[in-house]
Design a protein around this ligand. Structure first.
Ligand SMILES: NC(=O)c1ccc[n+]([C@@H]2O[C@H](COP(=O)([O-])OP(=O)(O)OC[C@H]3O[C@@H](n4cnc5c(N)ncnc54)[C@H](OP(=O)(O)O)[C@@H]3O)[C@@H](O)[C@H]2O)c1
Length: 222
């Protein structure tokens, strides 16, 4: 089992932390307001969880999840993440995040921005196209007929394998969508971004399972 560090412990971070603890991992949570504001969540998660600063979470994690609003990506600590696989869940919503001209122009992607901020780390985009309530409910044991796959993208094959192995423990297969630049194929506004939405219930839980073949078909339909 591993230690998973979290930079950001909100809807997606908190949900992933729950899945990680249930899978037997230790988790180190952090946010912008300080560890005291995360003691309640850590207590809910139990003895495998603790609250810390972003720097401590970055240092502690065998794998570190960055799951903040985009505007906070430059605050992610750099040096403690040297050599670390970083899972990036960030999406870009200009109305929330403010405008990033290079994203508006399609010159780069959020994952590439984080990778440029963390040049000595190995960024893998994942969990960016699943609503947190669906993430909480769609996990299944390996081999289950209705197991879903998470779209991932990254520039380092070894890091993607590490991320895939972790994601497997959390209850999901993966579909490798390619390099970080290819993460735009499952970004907001694409068919694959809504892979798990129930066509009737939309964002209502539990969502609709989507296996790797369905994710691949949605990526190709764009
Ligand atoms: N919600 C979803 O279903 C969903 C699905 C897929 C992807 N995403 C993406 O994943 C990211 C997180 O989404 P979310 O819904 O989990 O957001 P959220 O509930 O608002 O949580 C954001 C977390 O980031 C922390 N944070 C903000 N600024 C920080 C900083 N400078 N340093 C460290 N931590 C900081 C916040 O801490 P404080 O509260 O202390 O500021 C909070 O714990 C976003 O980019 C979002 O677009 C979300």
């Amino acid at each position: 089992m591993s230690t998973i560090g979290f930079i950001g412990s909100g809807k997606i971070g908190g949900t992933l932390a729950r899945l990680a603890v249930d899978a037997g991992h230790d988790v180190v949570l952090s946010n912008s307001r300080g560890p005291d504001t995360l003691r309640g969540l850590a207590a809910q998660l139990g003895p495998q969880a603790r609250a810390a600063t972003p720097g401590e979470a970055a240092r502690a994690g065998d794998v570190v999840v960055v799951t903040t609003p985009l505007k906070a990506y430059r605050d992610v600590p750099v040096a403690p993440l040297h050599g670390t696989v970083v899972i990036d869940t960030i999406n870009y919503y200009p109305q929330r995040d403010g405008h990033f001209p290079e994203l508006d122009a399609g010159r780069t992607t959020t994952g590439e921005l984080l990778q440029a901020h963390l040049p000595e780390s190995f960024v893998v985009k994942a969990f960016s196209n699943i609503f947190f309530k669906h993430l909480a409910t769609l996990g299944r044991p390996a081999g289950a007929a209705d197991r879903s796959a998470i779209a991932i993208a990254g520039d380092d094959p070894t890091a993607k394998a590490t991320a895939a192995a972790l994601i497997d423990t959390l209850g999901y297969d993966v579909h490798d969508a390619g390099a970080l630049a290819d993460s735009r194929r499952f970004g907001p506004g694409t068919p694959a971004h809504h892979a798990y939405l129930d066509p009737d219930g939309m964002f209502a839980a539990p969502g609709r399972p989507a296996d790797a073949a369905r994710i691949a078909a949605l990526l190709d339909s764009n």
